[in-house]
Design a protein around this ligand. Structure first.
Ligand SMILES: *[C@@H]1O[C@H](CO)[C@@H](O)[C@H](O)[C@H]1NC(C)=O
Length: 447
């Protein structure tokens, strides 16, 4: 997953790995097969449950363990399973009645051990675990107030599904508040905790806000760089306080503890008001009096550096997430620049290929993007563009700009991203502001 060209950048800490142990030594190609099998299973399952009126599982799967309880037949168990879908009958942390998925329950204890034990029971999923990512995102349970809000959210979701499919990442889109009092931006912590427990096979949980779009479909997270850290957030130098919409959290005990402390600042907690005051006195530019997750995160990063800060990596080299206002105007120039390179270089850059192998072509591209650099001054495609202030679902956008400006910017970013996807399907949108028109791509385009 890691692109090694990226040099080690401003590292918020010099901390060493705290001995947090990750299972190793199961490396095999099995994981690729399993990923595909799992997706196929989910697709079949989704279709099946859609069309079948009575929820009784069909025996079309040879493994017994994925069936619903009434059909249970545990004969296939005993030996460690070699299929991703198998769940051996030996007890694991899921069988502990005390285990709680809720954020307002005490944090899970000995999570690293429990996870390791679970992975031992599931060798097919333990293979390749260190680079496995689950993307987590979501939006509200009810229809958006903005009449085109749900249209936009669907497009933002499609964009994340596209990125995830190209990189073998699973995705969970949540539509409910797991802690009803943790509204809006607070909703991520309860969701991430539950996702960690639901996905012991994932080493990283990647939270991405619903209004953030992948604008570089090829870029891969440089996971190697984050080896000694448990949480990755974005922050340009001197701008650590900018709004965070994306974070990468390691699925480990540290994260369980961190989220517990972080969530204590939330509206469901008795100390909510106190935290509002603390944040207000700490961050003079805080816009509203209530405690918010953003200020809480930065508070822990700066004020409890010994305890938490050392394990938090502040990524400032590339657009781990970027502000749309400084990005959207550059899309046309970026498109032109990439096109020039394709015209000049030809070869692998212009070769048609299956979407499944797109990652390897992304790595070929890296060769020609070196001189672009990363970040604000770069003509490289920004990795993630965040539409802070546009509020696509409610429509209550920041009054600094018009709703139309926001809408056009979102449309443009999403079409810009879609063009990178459609390339593998043989089409292109000629106009970034017109999402409905596509042209077929001739052979050897853009020769
Ligand atoms: C796009 O490129 C042109 C020509 O190089 C330049 O004049 C212009 O400022 C660029 N636009 C942006 C938004 O960067």
């Amino acid at each position: 997953m890691a692109s090694t060209e990226l040099s080690q950048s401003q590292n918020f800490s010099m901390a060493k790995n705290n001995g947090r142990s990750r299972p190793r030594g199961f490396l095999s190609d099995g994981v690729i097969f399993c990923g595909g099998a799992l997706v196929a299973f989910l697709v079949v399952w989704a279709f099946w449950s859609f069309f079948s009126p009575s929820p009784s599982p069909t025996p079309s799967f040879s493994t017994s363990s994925f069936r619903l309880p009434q059909g249970s037949d545990t004969s296939a168990a005993a030996a460690p399973s070699t299929s991703c879908a198998d769940d051996p009958p030996e007890p694991n942390f899921y069988d502990d009645p005390e285990l709680s998925y809720r954020i307002d329950a005490p944090p899970v204890k000995n999570w690293d051990e429990k996870r390791r034990e679970w992975l031992k029971q599931h060798p097919a999923l333990a293979a390749g675990v260190e680079n496995r990512i689950l993307m987590v995102t979501g939006s509200q349970a009810k229809p958006c107030k903005n009449p085109i809000g749900d249209y936009l959210l669907l497009k933002f979701f499609k964009n994340k599904v596209d990125y995830s499919r190209r990189h073998g990442i699973d995705i969970f889109y949540n539509n409910v508040l797991f802690q009803p009092k943790m509204f809006s931006f607070w909703a991520k912590t309860p969701t991430v905790k539950a996702a960690m427990l639901a996905h012991p096979e994932a080493e990283w949980i990647w939270w991405v806000d619903s209004d953030a779009a992948f604008t570089d479909m090829d870029f891969e997270l440089p996971l190697d760089r984050y080896k000694a850290h448990n949480l990755v957030i974005h922050g340009w130098p001197n701008l650590i306080y900018e709004k965070k919409s994306v974070f990468l959290m390691r699925n480990c005990q540290w994260a369980m503890d961190f989220m517990d402390v972080w969530a204590q600042m939330g509206p469901q907690a008795p100390e909510y008001d106190k935290w509002g005051e603390i944040q207000r006195t700490t961050f003079k530019d805080k816009l509203f009096p209530e405690s918010d997750d953003q200020s809480g995160l930065v508070y822990l990063l700066l004020k409890e550096k010994e305890k938490w800060g050392d394990k938090i990596y502040v990524e400032s080299e590339y657009y781990f997430e970027g502000y749309w206002m400084e990005i959207v105007g550059k899309f046309d120039n970026i498109t032109r620049k990439y096109m020039e390179i394709e015209k000049g270089v030809g070869g692998a850059l212009r070769r048609r290929h299956a979407e499944k192998v797109s990652e390897s072509y992304g790595r070929v591209w890296e060769e020609y993007l070196k001189e672009a650099g990363y970040g604000r001054e770069s003509w490289r495609r920004p990795f993630i563009t965040h539409f802070t202030g546009c509020q696509p679902c409610s429509g209550d956008h920041n009054q600094m700009y018009s709703g139309q400006t926001c809408f056009d910017a979102m449309q443009k970013a999403l079409t810009f991203a879609d063009n990178q996807v459609l390339r593998n399907y043989g089409f292109v949108h000629p106009d970034l502001l017109d999402p409905s028109t596509v042209d077929p791509l001739p052979f050897d385009y853009p020769a």
